[in-house]
Structure formats: C-alpha cells, structure tokens
Design a protein around this ligand. Structure first.
Ligand code: NAP
Length: 472
C-alpha cells in the first residue's frame, strides 16, 4: 500500500547528533495497525462518555507523572527550551481533563422539533481518523486532535513529522498505558508522502492535518478524491497591530514572547508588526531591546529562552527571507545572523521599514524573525493585516476596547486577541481561513468535526410531515 522510504531519523538540532533511527513501517504493519484500530473502534464506540472519561483522565495524570521524561524528549528531538516543553506537557494534561469533563455535554443529543413525535440530532463517532501532524508542538498538536476524537468515540492513527519519531512513540505508549482499548490509537512510522495511500484506505473515515499550506493542498486533494472529510490547520503570518493609543511597553513585552516562543516556530506566532506612525519609533526601540536581551543557548538549560531551529533547512529559509528583505530596503534592528558552532541556532531578529512585497511580509517566517511595518492609521493597519494569503490569528493593541472589537471583526483571521497574546485554549475554537485552512479544533466546535451529525426522526406523525416535492 505505501512506498517504503529511507530510515526515519531523530536528530538533536542543538548538537546535530543522530539520537535514534527507525525503519519506516511496511505495508503489512500499516495494514495491521488499521485492522487493530477498526477492531478497537467497535468496542470503544459502545462505551458511555463516563466510561471513556476514565482512561482520558488517566492519560492526563500519566502525562503529568512523566513530565520530566516527555519534556526532555521534546527538547532533545526538536530543540524547544525545556521550560516550554514542560508547559506543553501540562497543557496536554489539562486538555485531556477538559474533554473528559465536557465531552458528554458537547455531544449531548440536541432536540430538533420538526412536527414528528420526537426528532433530535445525535452525534455518533465516524471511525478511524488519520492525523498527519507537525513537529513544532509534538505532544500538543496530537493531544489537541486526539483528546476530543477519542472522547467522541473515534479511533486514531497518527503519522507524525519525521523528525519527532520518539515523541510519536511516547504518545502511543502514554495512550496505551492509560488503559484505552488495545490498538485504538496507533502511531504509523511513515515519512512524508508515504502516508498518502492511507488517506484512500476504506478503513480511514476522515483526515486531519496540521502543517504547511502546501501539504494542506495535497491532503485536501487526496481526501477530496476519496470523498473524506478533512480538517486543515495550516500556516499563518499573524498581524500584531499596535495603535497609537496602545500601552506600548506592554505591547512590546508581549510582542517579544508572541514572536519568539518556541524559537518563533509557531503557526500563531505574531509575525507582522503593524505599528501606527505616532508610536512606531518608541515601539521599535523597546521591542528591539527586549528581543536582543533574549537568552539563546542550550535548550536543556532551564534559563534558555531561545533554542535552535528544529532543522537545518528551516534556518536556510529564514536566512533567505531576511537577506531578500534587507536587499529590498528593510532596516535591521537586531540579529540577522546564525550563531556559529554546532546546532541550527539563529539570532532573534527584528527588521523594520518592511513593505508588503518583501518576503518577511508575504511569506510565513517560521523562526525568530519579526517584521515591523509602519501604518498611517487603524484602517491602514486592517488593510495590511488582510494583505496576506494567510488568515490564522491576530493581535490588536489599543486602550479603546470597543473600537478594538469593531476593528477585530474586520480582520480576516480565525481569532483576534485584543491586548494579549494569541494562544490556543481548549475552551476556545482554534483554526483559520484563507491559506491557513478550514475546520476548527478545540472547544465544542472541535469535538464535532469528526462525528456523524445524525438526525433521528420518530413517527408516526404523517400529518405533520412536510409535503414531499415531486420526485423526492
Ligand atoms: P509540513 O512539511 O507540511 O509537515 C507537516 C506534516 O505533513 C508532517 O507530518 C509531514 O511529514 C507531513 N507531510 C509532508 N508532505 C506530505 C505529503 N505529501 N503527504 C502527506 N503528509 C505529508 O509542515 P512543516 O513545515 O514541517 O511544519 C510547519 C508548518 O506547519 C508551518 O507552516 C506551520 O505554520 C504549520 N503549523 C500550523 C499549525 C496550525 O494549527 N494551524 C500548527 C503548527 C504548525 P514529514 O515530516 O515526514 O515530511
């Protein structure tokens, strides 16, 4: 079914050392995993929400118990500072608890009066969901889809990014140890396009991808051909608007975190800073000073704020984007170079005088590079914010919250945070528009993506039934 590819390597991006090598799954292994997930699904779908909540709560507890080991694995495989890796595990644990607690309420039968004796909507599981996931939040991205999907009664197979195979196996281990039915959640060790035939497999009922827009287009094409639903959480180039009446110091402090967490490798990192003329110089000075003071270094050191980029090619892309923008007239405020020695380190960077045709504005910058463009007023800020192929998240800073809300609704993104940093939260829907994808994760919206929204109609109530159109 799948094409066998080169071994999958786990490599420490801080030292460039190979940590482990895995053979990709054979066709037979993929087949067995799908058969096992299907068998487990038949058992699991019959369980009540209360019964499903037991292993889900246990999973949350296990993640907390194993935080040292799992956080270290994240840091070793993809370079995230250890303090952020620990926070990622904690967020996964609380999201397991959130869905254990709320799934029954989110998927409760919904009355739908229609003239029948009784009619209502039920939310039934679909079956196996295939998840193709990225490396940047290697535990969180998986838990974010898996906790609601498993609570809804689905099964899951995970094709994780090739650079985090140990995290992928650790997640499978945690789910197994939590007491879910054997085989309900499986990791498939496959690289890139080798997962494509799995999308068409009849046992797979739906697909979810978190990744780049290019991969999103490919997966949507394959899912479309197989007539399967997919959810796409793709790239972003989030605007961070600072209006003239904003608290500039607070905005600069949050901007520093919003751009540089996870070494800037976040889909919802603030990437384009659109600053009203009156406060531009003040914002540039404060922001650049804070960015220059960030501690770059060994990601295993709890004091480190910026680790390496996860892969060598990601650093090369950033270098091209920064060099191209400087050549077009951007002004370098800080950074702009790689750090010598081993590891894929890149200095946190701020460039100003950015215009919409420059690569740091047009393209997604997946690393610690902030692009500042000045805008004449709030209308121009909104126009610049929307002048992007992406539509994931956005930030807006103003002391006038009423005006902020009116402006936010004109920004074409899946979420806008006013006077705060964009972040995912299990209580809030998460997702994008335009080339940032479609569908939603988290909250009650997320758990309803991979269910059969089923109408149940109970008669007899013939007289109350709408008259059928001819030919129906
Ligand atoms: P990517 O290349 O699209 O990889 C994401 C996943 O897709 C990986 O598992 C990758 O496998 C797989 N893949 C690649 N080519 C494929 C193909 N032809 N068929 C099926 N699967 C394929 O993304 P990336 O550059 O590593 O990750 C960063 C991107 O993800 C950024 O654009 C970022 O903004 C986006 N992202 C979005 C969100 C969100 O919630 N919206 C969150 C995080 C990241 P291999 O690793 O084996 O190639």
């Amino acid at each position: 079914m799948t094409t066998r590819t080169a071994p999958i390597q786990s490599r420490n991006p801080a030292t460039e050392e190979v940590l482990a090598t895995f053979e990709p799954f054979t066709n037979e292994q993929v087949d067995d995993a799908l058969d096992g997930a299907e068998d487990a699904f038949r058992v699991w779908r019959e369980r009540s929400f209360a019964e499903r909540a037991v292993p889900m709560r246990r999973l949350g507890a296990l993640l907390r118990e194993r935080v040292d080991r799992y956080a270290r694995l994240i840091t070793l495989e993809m370079g995230k500072p250890i303090a952020e890796a620990r926070a990622e595990i904690e967020k996964c644990a609380s999201t397991c608890e959130f869905y254990a607690e709320h799934a029954a309420e989110f998927l409760r039968d919904e009355p739908a009066p229609s003239g029948a004796k009784r009619s209502y909507v039920a939310f039934e599981p679909l079956g196996i969901v295939l998840a193709v996931m990225p490396w940047n939040y290697p535990f969180w991205q998986v838990v974010r889809f898996a906790a609601p999907a498993l609570m809804a009664g689905d099964a899951a197979v995970l094709k994780h990014a090739s650079n985090v195979p140990q995290c992928a196996l650790a997640i499978e281990e945690a789910v197994r140890d939590a007491g879910f039915p054997d085989g309900l959640f499986r990791t498939l060790l496959l690289a890139g396009a080798a997962v494509e035939p799995v999308i068409a497999d009849d046992r797979v009922r739906a697909v979810t991808l978190t990744g780049s827009s290019a991969t999103g287009a490919r997966i949507a094409e394959l899912a479309g051909r197989a007539l399967k639903k997919c959810v796409l959480e793709l790239g972003g180039s989030d605007p961070f608007i600072v209006l003239a009446d904003a608290d500039v110091e607070a905005a600069a402090a949050v901007a520093t975190r919003a751009r540089n967490q996870n070494a800037g490798q976040s889909c919802i990192a603030a990437k384009r800073f659109l600053v009203e003329d009156g406060v531009r110089a003040d914002f540039e000075r404060r922001f650049a000073a804070k960015v220059a003071a960030l501690r770059v270094g060994d990601p295993l050191d709890p004091e480190t704020q910026i680790g390496p980029l996860a892969r060598a090619d990601l650093r090369e892309t950033l270098e091209r984007q920064v060099a191209g923008s400087l050549a077009m007239g951007a002004r370098l405020l800080t950074g702009g170079t790689r750090r010598g020695g081993t590891g894929y380190f890149y200095e946190p960077t701020v460039v100003a005088d950015v215009t919409p045709e420059m690569p740091v504005f047009r393209e997604e910058t997946f690393g610690p590079v902030a692009a500042i463009a000045s805008v004449g007023d709030a209308d121009e800020a909104v126009a610049y914010a929307n002048d992007s192929p992406y539509g994931l998240g956005g930030n807006l800073w103003t002391r006038d919250e009423e005006r902020g809300q009116r402006l936010a609704r004109r920004i074409e993104t899946g979420q806008v945070f006013i006077n705060g940093m964009t972040a995912s939260d299990p209580r809030l829907p998460f997702g994008g528009v335009k080339r940032s994808g479609y569908g939603r994760e988290l909250s009650h919206f997320g758990i309803r993506e991979f269910v059969n929204i089923q109408t149940i109609w109970i008669g007899p109530a013939v007289s109350a039934q709408p008259r059928k159109a001819a030919g129906e």
